[in-house]
Design a binder for this molecule. Structure first.
Ligand code: ADP
Length: 448
């Protein structure tokens, strides 16, 4: 058991974790760089420790600084949030070596899922459907061309250590394959220090559907349904919803059962997300995220389960407080990621927020660490906040979202609010007919 949690993150997710801790009677320690001195998570935490200069590698990613902060404050557990050290297996080992609890999965599971080639083989082995492609890594351009010819074009070369869509190249035919293979390898080496790549069939019009799972240390595993995150720009999610407009109750139960069985066999612990591409009624695994996701609130809104509190309970050795049949799926939820970016060029727009007005009312949640006068530093991601809206039906949810977006005010910096206003009015978004390429097409069409 522990009663003091160090939050090794910043921004809205640090605040999200702080809130869960307070409601559980736990005290919190914020860590921050010198650029985040005035951040909301620092102001609200019970204690705070400055861990270094603005550069993330010198602060939020620095093991020694974070461990020293835990030692001097007597924190007995560390919550990593998402990003930063959340999927760093070495950090998990270091935390354990200090006798501190890491609120998350085991280092072994993080390591396994961090290597996409190994992850794909492991999940296939426990019954999860995967994208047809190479059996493991591909070492030469000749082998890549041979495989491309076998599985058919277009084919995709992907980095084993990939993330954020980097190290991924499409080949439309055999001529393009050798080049795609070499470029993907070079990019992967530069970005991740690992040039291992593998090949997959390129799916033309899939949706991105991910299943949230949660597992305790007593062998209980439950799935919390799906999130549809198909609206993406450059492989980055922009707008997410649950349930997916194309997943029926029967499909949800079926894929949910497959995933729960697989996760049990893997002996996984904590919350995790199995990401799939979904095309023509088939699911194809792409990766597993071994952490809390940015878009976790849409699942919380429809299941009424607080995922951060559950993470903490699991880390304290408690069994899940619910069974699969207790999980309700109530109504519909949508999340919009509101970034400090130009709504058309997507150029980052750091600076001082002048006016800030949060929308409110029934079914409206804003997860944000921003406030009027807050200076958005240029060193980190550009997320200002996540607007999450719940409605009894999808239709009500969209009407409420339009209303809430209209109330929200963020001035002084450019934001993606106008993009979300256009999305909520788009016919295909209203009918739910979109795939992972829809948003890029929508943006390209509005340019011309
Ligand atoms: P990353 O870890 O870089 O985010 P993912 O494997 O999760 O990589 O893929 C990111 C995105 O790339 C997916 O959401 C999807 O848009 C696209 N993608 C990945 N694999 C395929 C595929 N086989 N066919 C088509 N698109 C794909």
């Amino acid at each position: 058991m522990f009663d003091k949690v160090l939050i090794a993150n910043r921004g809205e997710i640090a605040l999200r974790i702080h809130r869960a801790c307070k409601e559980m009677g736990l005290s919190t320690v914020a860590v921050h760089s010198t650029a985040d001195r005035d951040a909301m998570h620092v102001r609200l935490a019970d204690e705070s420790v400055c861990i270094g200069p603005p550069s993330a590698s010198e602060s939020y990613l620095k093991f020694a600084a974070i461990m020293a902060a835990a030692e001097i404050t007597g924190a007995q557990a560390i919550h990593p949030g998402y990003g930063f050290l959340s999927e760093n297996a070495r950090f998990v080992d270091v935390v354990a070596a200090h006798g501190i609890t890491f609120i998350g999965p085991t280092a072994d599971h993080i390591r396994l899922m961090g290597d996409k080639i190994a992850a794909k083989a492991a999940v296939k082995d426990v019954g999860i459907p995967v994208v047809p492609g190479s059996d493991g890594g591909v070492a030469t351009a000749e082998e890549a061309v041979k495989l491309g010819n076998e599985i058919g074009y277009p084919a995709l070369v992907k980095a084993a250590s990939g993330g954020g869509g980097r190290g991924m190249k499409v080949a439309k035919n055999a001529e393009e394959m050798a080049k795609a293979f070499n470029t993907a390898r070079t990019e992967a080496k530069a970005a991740f220090g690992d040039d291992a790549v593998y090949i997959e069939k390129y799916l033309g019009k899939p949706r991105h559907i991910e299943i949230q799972v949660i597992a305790d240390s007593h062998g209980n595993v439950v799935h919390l349904g799906e999130r549809d995150c198909s609206l993406q720009r450059r492989h980055q999610k922009v707008f997410e919803e649950a349930p997916s407009p194309v997943i029926t109750e029967a499909i949800r139960s079926e894929i949910g059962e497959v995933v729960v069985k697989a996760i049990k066999r893997l002996g996984y612990l904590g919350v995790g997300t199995i990401e799939f591409l979904y095309e023509d009624g088939e699911f194809y695994f792409i990766e597993m995220n071994t952490r809390l996701q940015v878009e976790h609130p849409v699942t919380e809104q429809i299941t009424r389960i607080d995922l951060v509190k559950e993470q903490i309970r699991i880390a304290q050795g408690e069994p899940l407080s619910f069974k699969q049949e207790d999980v309700p799926f109530i109504g519909h939820a949508i999340e919009c990621r509101i970034n400090a970016e130009h709504p058309e060029t997507f150029a980052p727009s750091p600076g001082t927020i002048e006016d800030f007005h949060a929308p409110g009312g029934l079914g409206v949640r804003l997860d944000s660490a921003a406030y009027a006068g807050y200076k958005i530093p240029p060193y980190y991601d550009s997320l200002i906040g996540k607007l999450i809206v719940h409605g009894v039906t999808r239709e009500e949810c969209l009407l409420r979202l339009r209303r809430a977006l209209g109330e929200m005010v963020v001035s002084g910096v450019e934001t993606t609010l106008p993009l979300h206003q256009r999305l909520v009015d788009a016919a295909d978004v209203n009918s739910g007919e979109y795939d992972i390429h829809w948003l890029e097409r929508f943006l390209a069409n509005s340019e011309s």
